[in-house]
Design a protein around this ligand. Sequence first.
Ligand SMILES: *[C@@H]1O[C@H](CO)[C@@H](O)[C@H](O)[C@H]1NC(C)=O
Ligand SMILES: *[C@@H]1O[C@H](CO)[C@@H](O)[C@H](O)[C@H]1NC(C)=O
Ligand SMILES: *[C@@H]1O[C@H](CO)[C@@H](O)[C@H](O)[C@H]1NC(C)=O
Length: 519
Amino acid sequence: MAVTKRPNAGAIAPLFLLSTAALILACAIATSHLPIEEATVEQIQQAFAQNQLTSKQLVNFYFDQIRALNPLLRGVLEVNPDALRQAEQADRERAAGRSLGDLHGIPILLKDGIGTKDALNTTCGSYALLGSVVARDAGVVERLRSAGAVILGKASQSEWYNVRSFSIPGGWCARSGQAVNPYVEGGNPCGSSSGSAVSVAANMVAVSLGTETDGSILCPADRNSVVGIKPTVGLTSRAGVIPISPRQDTIGPICRTVSDAVYVLEAIVGYDPRDHEATKEAAGFVPLGGYKQFLKRDGLRGKRIGVVRSPFLDSVNDSTVLTAFELHLKVFRRGGATVVDHLEIAEINVILDPFKSGEVPVLMAEFKVGINQYLEELIESPVRSLADIIAFNINNPELENMKEYAQDLLVAAETTNGIGEQEVGAIQLMENLSLEGFEGLMKQHQLDAMVTFGADAAPVLAMGGYPAISVPAGYDGKGSPFGIAFGGLKGTEPKLIEIAYAFEQATNIRRPSKLQCEI
Ligand SMILES: *[C@@H]1O[C@H](CO)[C@@H](O)[C@H](O)[C@H]1NC(C)=O
Ligand SMILES: *[C@@H]1O[C@H](CO)[C@@H](O)[C@H](O)[C@H]1NC(C)=O
Ligand SMILES: *[C@@H]1O[C@H](CO)[C@@H](O)[C@H](O)[C@H]1NC(C)=O
């Protein structure tokens, strides 16, 4: 209540007035039937099985949450007019004794760049793609539908995955405006899978999908106190997802718990002929019996965990955070892991500088090739090339807020000419940096995982296509969430899941944002 009484609150005041009303509504909803907020996939399935809840009730609950909270948080870009019908179908199937598995009847929100052949638009948050028609569902969406998941809607995201301009704040897109971190007044949700993380964090949906090229799952998970799995590149199909880079793009879950994220991962992994090369290579990583078997409370036992502090902890000055980090290392040891502390990654300063490593110039060239191909393959589209997108922004300055936000990266990408000698050299340098940096570290110390504070290690994992899981790790002195990330060699999701799950179960850190129900 203090927020609304604060003098001189300026432009923010109306937003928070709105939020206060929204909060009371959300509380009323939450207490009127089952405690659905924070419910896990497992708990929801149990409630389904005991006839305490239907998928239709669940969808209506999330629609109410979205109506109440989304005007403030802006995590949801579109809701699916078919969601209730899909939920009713799941309810009928279950009533007839037919279960499609763990995600049957579970509402999921998809990052906007993930293509769906239905009433929902696929736009990367930009008006330039509004009205475009995709040929078919993305590969991961096909899998979700056959697993019986309910497509609740599309999540907002940083427009064009933040490759419009580095000067645009994370979580902003023209179609949604600025997404808001539910834990921090006016707080940055981090991008580009901002809407996915904000929406699961605030209980506007059960589970969600994000995408990552460099940090776009790990960072929003870190900032919004949720779990993000960034799979090994190729473990999940990128077909039908608006691309940046075939070397680095990966699709993964953002959820409130490790087990929820693993249920979603399980449903979306595997070979896809439309993303042949990458998914064929990575399909061999999918373990017999799937990923659920690695949700083990004693998953830390026998693991070797390498701690890389520098430079990720160097700028941290908050004693709450530093104390929590040290306590977490004790949790690892108590769980039976060996902690190898104070490790360093070779050439880390080059790896973290996207111009020195060559990452940004290569991504620019890859994006132009990829986006032009994506646009050409659309059934209908107002834009057919990167040049058209740039022209659209120039011709629609109000819609795309060109006065405030530039498009220098799109323009830079347009000047590239495919993967030439320079790009090949830069790709080779990134491979060398990965082999001598992260892989060297993991092999030299025989590590099962590297643990780092926050999400700033994302480039280390991005340029080599390695997997990682971000897990909530605490709240700083001001109440802002932070996470820790476990990174591993390609295909080591089973070990990372064991470690992340055991850590989560031992610490149980996530708590719902104050926006939920504490007024
Ligand atoms: C998709 O965009 C069109 C405008 O082109 C809009 O009329 C429609 O409502 C949008 N779909 C959804 C599900 O919001
Ligand atoms: C850390 O805190 C000290 C004392 O409050 C301050 O002098 C210093 O500048 C801070 N360092 C950083 C990196 O913020
Ligand atoms: C990468 O490493 C290989 C083998 O060590 C070396 O021949 C090559 O020059 C390196 N390339 C770059 C760009 O660093």
